[in-house]
Design a binder for this molecule. Sequence first.
Ligand code: FAD
Length: 262
Amino acid sequence: MKQFNFHEAKSVKEAVKAASKNSAFLSGGQTLIPSMKLRLSSFSDVINVKNIKDLQGIKVSGKSVKIGAATKHAEVASSKDVIKAIPALAALAGGIGDMQVRNKGTLGGSIANNDPSACYPSACIALNAVIHTSNRKIDAEKFFKGMFETALKKDELVTAVEFTIPEKSAYIKIPNPASRYALVGVFLAKYKKETICAVTGAQPVVFRSKEIEKALNNNFDPNSLNDLNLKSNEMNADIHASAEYRASLVITAAQKAVINCK
Ligand SMILES: Cc1cc2nc3c(=O)[nH]c(=O)nc-3n(C[C@H](O)[C@H](O)[C@H](O)COP(=O)(O)OP(=O)(O)OC[C@H]3O[C@@H](n4cnc5c(N)ncnc54)[C@H](O)[C@@H]3O)c2cc1C
């Protein structure tokens, strides 16, 4: 690992002030540290944000659940408030990686990294999340731009994510057996007037499946997806799963999500 300056930020203001073109925020370190150790990335300054008070905690109001960016996956998974308000979100967090990853990795780090196989981006899209940053609020639909690419500026810190509470929801992941990242993950959220189906792992960036949403808006039943075929030429293909297999997994996961919606 190359040498760098380490900053222990005590506030959002301090973190942003220390940021530059050549710096990185450090949260759970589950992605940043390995990528620096493997020399895939290097920075002049690393700014630790995980101890900033304003980035901690979970707050449930009537319509939404607001989670601080430095909140660990294990905290979301075990939060009684999240389990009560959006059980699928707690289950998603509880299914991330392994125990160590869940006790270090954070919500802010996950969405800022925007790995194409990460779980949280699908929850952000399906739950109409608003991403709070050091200087603005961004709708999830505008936040996830492409593979490992977001709407964040270099010195912009995610401070919290605010999720809308749906009537019912479910997250179904077909995990890579080694890493537990999603080969395909489907987050389904049912609202009074519509159902949103957000898919991760299948394409370079999280997306809404309009075909699945249309079928489920007509009839919220797993059988309404029986005859649906998604285009495989838009799907990711790698040593773990072909594009055709991923296209079919999306349908299977969506059907399971309908059955498990609560
Ligand atoms: C073995 C393994 C298995 C995993 N399995 C899964 C899985 O099943 N599902 C899943 O979704 N994820 C999985 N992950 C990812 C993991 O859960 C973390 O979410 C992810 O590694 C990044 O979060 P972090 O808090 O560790 O961020 P860091 O590694 O600290 O940072 C990641 C990136 O985000 C930036 N960043 C961090 N915090 C902020 C912030 N507040 N504002 C702006 N930028 C910020 C950093 O500068 C860096 O570029 C896995 C990781 C590992 C190592």
